[in-house]
Design a protein around this ligand. Structure first.
Ligand SMILES: CC(C)(COP(=O)(O)OP(=O)(O)OC[C@H]1O[C@@H](n2cnc3c(N)ncnc32)[C@H](O)[C@@H]1OP(=O)(O)O)[C@@H](O)C(=O)NCCC(=O)NCCS
Length: 220
């Protein structure tokens, strides 16, 4: 039997070979069978990712755990962030997965031959989202583009685009821009544009006013 650390090494090597533009720090564990990472991403040390799809230019700081998520491009994931780690059923008597899941997390054992609970519905994170240090994003939550999850927040509900949420459980603290500006930004689908366009138009201290002014001028 091949020891776990060797299997991990082989998986890490396979992932690095397939993702040459991605910076992968030491002790990172990414499951290449269940995870796709876009170009020019960064995965810092001790971070673990599985069952996840990541867009381009997104970075994960150190010590993150990410499972069952669809994450956009240009996201900033702070240190110690946990995303989509699963849930236990609260309406069954038994809370241990040995009674309801085939995942074999209890000493590689299960007492059932099928799954009775959906442990891992996907987390969906839009483009250009900032998740602060030590935030926890629960399964099935959707975070809109441009939103911020404050440091230490526990995000249990959907977060609207360009909102800032914080606390336990996380509540909207404020919006980054006014309603009309947010609607316009969403309509423009900025972060789906080409790298060249983004580099040219967003680099530096570009505010929504600057961008919307130039978009209107372009249309005139
Ligand atoms: C969310 C954040 C961006 C807010 O910044 P801000 O707009 O300057 O916010 P303010 O400091 O003006 O605070 C606004 C309100 O939010 C509250 N707040 C700020 N950070 C909070 C947090 N992490 N959790 C809960 N509430 C928070 C403030 O207490 C304040 O509440 P009040 O209006 O009742 O007084 C910032 O606090 C944060 O968490 N940044 C993440 C830092 C981080 O993790 N860095 C490393 C990873 S890359």
């Amino acid at each position: 039997m091949i020891p776990h650390f060797i299997k991990r090494g082989i998986r890490g090597y396979a992932f690095k070979k397939r993702n040459r533009s991605v910076f992968i720090g030491p002790y990172v564990e990414v499951d290449p069978a269940t995870t796709r990472v876009g170009k020019n991403c960064t995965i810092n040390f001790y971070t673990k990712i599985s069952h996840t799809d990541v867009g381009d230019y997104t970075y994960f700081s150190a010590n993150c755990q990410v499972m069952h998520a669809i994450i956009g491009s240009f996201c900033s994931i702070g240190p110690g962030v946990k995303i989509g780690l699963g849930s236990h059923p609260i309406n069954f008597i038994a809370l241990s997965p040995i009674f309801y899941s085939t995942s074999k997390v209890v000493n590689n054992m299960t007492w059932v031959d099928r799954d009775y609970h959906d442990e891992f519905s996907n987390v969906r994170i839009g483009d250009n989202v900032w998740v602060g240090a030590d935030a926890y994003i629960m399964n099935d939550v959707e975070i809109g583009e441009g939103a911020i999850c404050a440091a230490g927040s526990v995000v249990t509900k959907n977060v609207p685009p360009y909102a800032i949420v914080g606390g336990v459980p996380a509540r909207v603290i404020k919006y980054r821009f006014d309603e009309e500006t947010i609607e316009q930004l969403i309509r423009l689908k900025i972060f789906k544009r080409s790298d060249e366009w983004l580099k040219e138009n967003l680099s530096g201290a570009v505010t929504p006013e600057d961008l919307l002014r130039s978009e209107i001028a372009l249309k005139a």
